[in-house]
Design a protein around this ligand. Structure first.
Ligand SMILES: [Zn+2]
Ligand SMILES: [Zn+2]
Length: 1019
């Protein structure tokens, strides 16, 4: 039989699939069946695929193969996410461009051409990985977010939102990446918080025309340059104090906290609102403000939990600040460049990145005597999830979608979705949508779907365009060879429908998350083509990694709620992260992961797939490294291979033909019927587990069946009949069972390990791929609960026998004379199996152990404890009166008083003292007679010889039916009785006992302390 070589086997199967177009055929076959709608989350192909992608593709494939075998028609359109900053960043790096000015100098058209090229740079690697992992998806007809048709659908949807009045241009404080030069959306920011340590400083603001200072607090010293006001809480108490020769004003509650144990004197108590309008001297004055500023305002958000109760206000750099500014008609002073540096007006720090200027500003304030103290402040600060720069909060002009108006609709639509794991629904995801903010949609960038909004230069009329047809009508210079990206759209001359004036496009492109969120309809070019979308919405199933919770899972629901007011998917499986061997997150930077290719070439895709599903629940993190996948391969796949191998070997020796030699179920023995019963139970079990995406539990049930039931029990107990040379009816019953179970098993595991399953299935004589078959259904008439219970009991007894033999140092191969079984389960039918597995000459079933046992309940004070001391001998006597079984219960009644003891403390001895041993488990007892007669010893010895000969056959790579002759260095008298037995077991023509052993292979063995030489020759 061939050795298991996964890489070679998988290559063979891949070629077969390709040559016979099996994927296509599997679709054809189900074309008229009910659809199961899958939506592919589009990856970006501008980087190499990593293990996380392999995991996602595996999980999707398993579910889709399974549902397909269950009879559903599943169209599987691949997708590519092609727009957005990550692409631009890569191209900038490649071209050596550093700023937006650089890009514009280089030329937007050329730049975008490079972006378009780069998104498919690794396409080949992706296709290759997809093939290797066995993911069946239509990569020949993918949806691509950069295509004109796709963009047109996105435009249509934006116009729908526009028509509802939910698309607006706002001034809003938005998280802004100074490096990328663009705003980030709320859910993008949610992905990039880090804990950092920033300075937190206490600053003194001199009160105008009065002695003393307002003591304020901030964690962003660089925003002090743009300060316009100080805010107090109107209803809190503030105090004026004398401290360290200075007069300070701060909140009373904060003062007791900050100056605890310090020496200060309270001069005055004031309510917050009494301070309103009091003016102070600005710290910096680099700009003449256009409006009145630098005075105290009131705000309810001022907290008494931290700081001084007086908050520095810079409306350009904080959402609360912006609102307070608006309410009090304060100017917006924004002394920061879009790239995050100070402008020329801020002379001392002009050109410096604002956060880097913090220490200088602190030093400046200190030298001017305006600094009261500096502390370190640990807090969560947002970073750009793409380029890792710290974000700044900026008041900028941007286009928004009014998601905050749709909170209730989002919640309602989320309720239509089944989340796996369930806790995400109301937890991480549910919390997020309840607090959702307006979607900052526009990006001041180049490579993306252009915002289809034009403004009239003359009358300011704005229009949102929803189709190419519409543009053509409005534009005077639309060319047929068009590309809806920048700069083509920027050059279009549109005429204002109101005043016939010239219109100009808003320069922005849109958030790429909106593109992928539009996939349900844009992939089918809806509504310009209607049918495909209508048949494929909503999706039954989507699956991505957990980091998509606030990414794609959200943008899909958001867009669908905006356009259709319904959920775009019914079931979402959110996968755990991939970790390295030490439980660290995999990162491109650290390169702490093994390349998937290496696994494909060593252990194979099946081993990796099996590991992914069997190690953990799909939503839990999973460690990924080569050794663990190798372990999985050895444990499960190799066992499966060996089962198949065993069958292939013996069935071909006997020319078993399932059509001709089939033995019907009711003519088969208990062991066969048991395996078939277990198989049908397994089928029910798997269906139940997969319906809840509990793939790990389905995998465990399969492992239990393959390893414990099939390999370690059924084959173990059946070996003998398959080894037998003559073809008995029982042997054919066994082959029939084996064949049926193995074929069914290959179908059951097909979605999980698609390569080895197809290999086995086809090599069992089937002419079609296993993936074109229906998934097995359980045949309830073959489930036999009582037989399964009996077999469970028998296996328990075999376990007892193993532990008894280990205790007595008697090998399993050595036969014993008797086994005595005391059990509540009727095991008469399984006597033969038990005899073999216990390796005893005789089995006795008894209802009680008492004929074989005596109890010697010794009055052992130390173990029974002082409580027993007084009654020890009486108790011992009572215990001795109990039956063996009752004695094990650990309770005895003496003079109507109950005494409890540990049965371990009662020494139970056999009646015939030395030759009986017993063990018990859950009410079942096994007694073994371990007396070894000379006959039994000789038989054991003969078995040892057999094992060595078999071992040598294997080493010589002999076929099962190949005949051999054997020489052994043993006194012939000693094995006289066993010669025939040895010959049969080893398929040897003759056995010669001789001092001088020769042969094709000669080996010395140590058997029970003796050195025995064995020689083997072919023929
Ligand atoms: Zn950035
Ligand atoms: Zn106009």
């Amino acid at each position: 039989m061939k050795k298991f070589n996964p890489a070679k086997l998988e290559e063979e199967i891949r070629k077969y699939w390709k040559k016979n177009q099996v994927f296509k055929e599997s679709l054809e076959k189900r074309k008229k069946k009910e659809p199961y709608i899958f939506l592919e989350g589009p990856p970006t192909a501008n980087g190499m695929p990593h293990p996380g992608h392999v995991l996602t593709r595996t999980m999707k494939d398993i579910i889709l193969r399974y549902q397909s075998m269950k009879g559903y028609y599943i169209e599987r359109k691949a997708g590519w996410d092609t727009h957005g900053l990550p692409v631009e960043i890569e191209v900038e790096k490649k071209l050596g461009l550093h700023t937006k000015q650089d890009i514009e100098k280089y030329g937007i058209e050329k730049f975008n051409r490079e972006c378009r090229k780069s998104v498919f740079e690794y396409e080949e690697a992706w296709v290759e990985m997809t093939n290797r992992v066995g993911f069946w998806i239509d990569m020949d007809n993918p949806y691509i977010t950069l295509e004109n048709d796709y963009i047109e659908s996105v435009w249509w949807s934006l116009k729908e939102i526009w028509k509802k009045g939910w698309l607006y241009k706002g001034h809003k404080v938005t998280p802004f990446c100074p490096r990328c030069g663009t705003a980030l959306s709320f859910h993008e920011v949610a992905q990039g918080y880090k804990e950092v340590e920033d300075p937190s400083i206490f600053i003194k603001f001199k009160i105008q025309d009065e002695d003393g200072y307002f003591l304020a607090w901030t964690t962003t010293p660089w925003t002090l340059i743009s300060n316009v006001a100080l805010a107090v809480h109107p209803d809190e108490w503030y105090i004026k104090i004398k401290y360290d020769k200075e007069t300070l004003i701060l909140a009373e509650e904060r003062c007791t906290d900050l100056l605890k144990g310090k020496d200060y004197k309270i001069l005055n108590r004031i309510k917050g609102h009494e301070l309103e309008k009091k003016e102070y001297v600005p710290l910096y004055n680099y700009l003449t403000p256009p409006k009145k500023c630098w005075y105290i305002v009131c705000a309810d958000f001022v907290s008494m939990d931290e700081g001084t109760g007086i908050v520095h206000i810079a409306p350009a750099f904080g959402e609360d600040d912006y609102e307070v500014g608006k309410a009090n008609d304060l100017p917006v002073i924004q002394l920061v460049n879009p790239d995050g540096t100070f402008p020329p007006q801020v002379k001392p720090w002009s050109g410096k990145f604002v956060k880097d200027a913090d220490p200088d500003i602190i030093e400046d304030l200190r030298s001017r005597g305006l600094l009261e103290g500096v502390l370190k402040y640990k807090h969560q600060y947002p970073y750009c999830w793409r380029c890792d720069s710290p974000l700044l909060y900026y008041a900028i002009e941007s286009w928004f979608i009014k998601m905050s108006h749709l909170r209730d609709a989002l919640v309602k639509n989320n309720n239509q979705i089944n989340w796996y794991p369930e806790h995400l629904k109301q937890g991480r995801f549910g919390d997020f949508i309840k607090e959702v903010r307006d979607w900052s949609l526009s990006r001041k960038r180049y490579w993306g779907t252009p915002l289809p909004i034009w403004t009239c230069k003359k009358c300011q009329e704005q229009i949102c365009v929803g189709s190419v047809e519409e543009i053509k009508k409005l534009s005077t210079n639309f060319s047929h060879n068009y590309d809806l990206h920048r700069p083509f759209v920027d050059t279009l001359q549109l005429t204002c429908p109101k005043c016939r004036g010239d219109m100009e496009r808003e320069e922005d492109v849109i958030d790429a998350w909106y593109d992928s969120g539009s996939a349900p309809f844009a992939q089918w070019h809806y509504p310009f083509e209607k049918e495909k979308f209508q048949k494929n919405f909503p999706a039954n199933f989507i699956c991505e990694a957990i980091d998509q919770t606030r990414g794609w899972f959200y943008s899909l629901l958001a867009v669908s709620t905006l356009i259709f007011n319904t959920a775009p998917y019914r079931n979402v499986l959110s996968l755990g992260h991939i970790l390295d061997k030490d439980g660290q997150k995999m990162s491109k930077r650290k390169k702490n992961y093994v390349q998937p290719d290496k696994i494909f070439n060593q252990e194979g895709a099946d081993a990796m797939r099996w590991y992914f599903i069997s190690a953990n629940a799909p939503w839990h993190p999973i460690r990924f490294y080569e050794e663990i996948i190798k372990e999985t391969m050895n444990k499960f796949l190799l066992t499966l291979w060996n089962i198949y191998s065993f069958f292939a070997t013996y069935a071909s020796l006997d020319n078993f033909d399932p059509k001709k030699d089939w033995v019907p179920m009711d003519s088969r023995g208990f062991l066969d019927r048991w395996l078939v019963s277990r198989l049908n139970h397994l089928i029910e079990d798997i269906e139940d587990k997969i319906s809840r995406f509990e793939l790990h539990k389905a995998a465990r049930s399969l492992e239990e069946f393959v390893i414990n039931d099939f390999s370690n029990w059924y084959i173990r107990c059946s070996r003998k009949r398959f080894w037998a040379e003559e073809a008995t009816p029982d042997k054919y019953a066994g082959y029939s069972t084996f064949y049926h179970c193995l074929i069914t098993l290959s179908q059951l595991v097909a979605p999980f390990v698609p390569f080895i399953s197809d290999y086995i299935y086809q090599n069992m004589g089937e002419t079609e791929s296993v993936h074109l078959q229906d998934y097995p259904t359980s045949n309830k008439t073959h489930i036999n609960i009582s037989l399964e219970e009996k077999m469970r009991e028998a296996r328990k007894i075999v376990e007892l026998s193993r532990s008894l033999r280990a205790k007595a140092c008697i090998k399993l191969r050595h036969p014993l004379s008797r086994g005595i079984i005391v059990s509540d389960v009727d095991l008469a039918n399984l006597e033969d199996i038990l005899k073999d597995e216990l390796n005893v000459k005789e089995i006795l079933f008894e209802s009680s152990c008492d004929p074989y046992m005596v109890k010697v309940a010794r009055a052992n004070y130390s173990t029974l404890g002082p409580k027993f001391k007084k009654h020890a001998s009486m108790i011992a006597e009572e215990i001795n009166k109990l039956s063996y079984k009752d004695a094990l219960k650990g309770k005895v009644t003496v003079n109507s008083q109950d005494f409890f003891y540990d049965p371990e403390d009662i020494i139970i001895e056999t009646r015939e003292q030395e030759n009986l041993m017993s063990a018990q488990s859950e009410g079942t007892t096994l007694i073994l007679d371990i007396d070894l007669s000379q006959d039994l010893k000789d038989e054991g010895f003969a078995r040892e010889i057999v094992r060595r000969i078999q071992e040598m056959r294997k080493q010589m790579d002999l076929e099962m039916n190949e005949s051999i002759s054997v020489m052994v260095s043993i006194d012939p008298e000693r094995i006289k009785k066993w010669i025939l037995y040895i010959r049969d077991e080893t398929r040897s023509g003759k056995i010669i006992c001789s001092e001088n052993v020769s042969g094709d292979a000669v080996k010395k063995w140590e058997i029970e302390g003796e050195i025995i030489t064995i020689g083997l020759s072919q023929g």
